[in-house]
Design a protein. Structure first.
Length: 128
């Protein structure tokens, strides 16, 4: 009988936590979850600078993509994603499932961005 809490790494079939092992789905095709390590998250609070607001205001006059804000949002998402992955690695996870993003305006011009998911240990299924 196999031990469900014994990671695949100890049996020589190590699965490394990479971007390919992070998903919004509830499972990873070709892998089975052998251990749930719980919730992992990354969080950041961002504000727009006076200069950023000025440039963003100018861009709104011409319509289209407001690139200064797009860049700010992308940086915040990337930072929270990386923090979440780091948190999962600290717990010994080799995958993260059910990943979600959330954002909340704390006050005018101040936004919290959260990335969270479930850290798990997976191992390849025999049919892989």
């Amino acid at each position: 009988m196999t031990d469900p809490y014994n990671s695949s790494a100890s049996r020589g079939t190590a699965v490394v936590l990479s971007d390919a092992m992070v998903t919004t789905a509830l499972e990873l095709p070709g892998y089975r979850c052998v251990r749930n390590l719980g919730l992992v998250r990354g969080i950041t609070v961002r504000s727009r600078s006076v200069i950023g607001n000025f440039i963003g205001g100018l861009q709104t006059l011409f319509g289209g993509n407001i690139t200064i804000y797009t860049q700010l949002c992308e940086q915040a998402r990337e930072e929270t994603y990386r923090d979440m992955v780091t948190h999962a690695r600290q717990l010994g996870a080799n995958a993260i499932i059910a990943v979600r993003y959330d954002a909340t305006e704390l006050m005018s011009g101040l936004t919290e961005v959260l990335c969270y998911g479930t850290a798990v240990v997976v191992e390849p299924t025999s049919e892989r």
